[in-house]
Design a binder for this molecule. Structure first.
Ligand SMILES: [Zn+2]
Ligand SMILES: [Zn+2]
Length: 197
């Protein structure tokens, strides 16, 4: 068989997508499989279109709102479960981070950019702190209620919260870091692969 692009050339390869025979000159590899120049160009054009769609006309206010909503909802759900089970459930920080990353991306209109990553990063940090604060506030018999001397439980919890934060363990901080990393990773820009591998 001869190459579809070069009728005078022998075709030792076959494109894995269109099955056309291709010569040594036309053949390149994509993820270890032979591909013809036409199919390679089509894949690249499609990826470039996805890239354009994901990185243009980003709604930053939407991303901020989506991330805030995700952070607040996740922090509340986490504290609810933690109070019910009587355990801090530190893995909640990781799940919160994933939800915030996703919320920012979706809120911005399925967009990706370094600024959206930074928004997710900050919102996850505050979301996790809010989660720990809600758990602290809503745990019956928390020491802040008697220690602070404030009338309002919220003010008392705010007053005593830094002490509570300093009691968080290595695992708590580790999962907070992982949650932040997760939220930062999700709205990253996916690059267009163009060189043969
Ligand atoms: Zn092909
Ligand atoms: Zn050829």
């Amino acid at each position: 068989m001869n190459c579809v692009n070069h009728p005078d050339q022998d075709a030792p390869f076959q494109c894995y997508r269109c099955q056309n025979p291709i010569c040594v000159e036309c053949e390149t590899k994509l993820n270890g499989r032979s591909i013809c120049p036409q199919c390679r160009r089509r894949i690249r054009e499609r990826l470039a279109a996805v890239y354009e769609a994901e990185t243009r006309r980003i709604s930053y206010s939407g991303g901020l709102a989506g991330g805030l909503l995700a952070a607040a909802a996740a922090a509340f759900a986490w504290s609810q479960l933690a109070v019910l089970t009587g355990h801090r459930l530190c893995v909640g920080a990781l799940l919160l981070g994933a939800l915030v990353g996703y919320g920012v991306m979706m809120g911005a209109g399925r967009k990706r950019s370094p600024s959206l990553q930074q928004i997710a990063f900050v919102l996850t940090f505050f979301g996790v702190i809010l989660g720990y604060f809600l758990i602290f506030l809503r745990t019956p018999g928390s020491p802040h209620l008697s220690l602070s001397g404030h009338r309002s439980a919220v003010l008392g919890a705010l007053y005593a919260f830094p002490v509570h934060l300093s009691s968080l363990g290595l695992l708590d901080w580790l999962l907070l870091m992982l949650g932040i990393a997760c939220s930062y990773y999700i709205p990253r820009v996916r690059t267009v692969p163009d060189e043969p591998r």
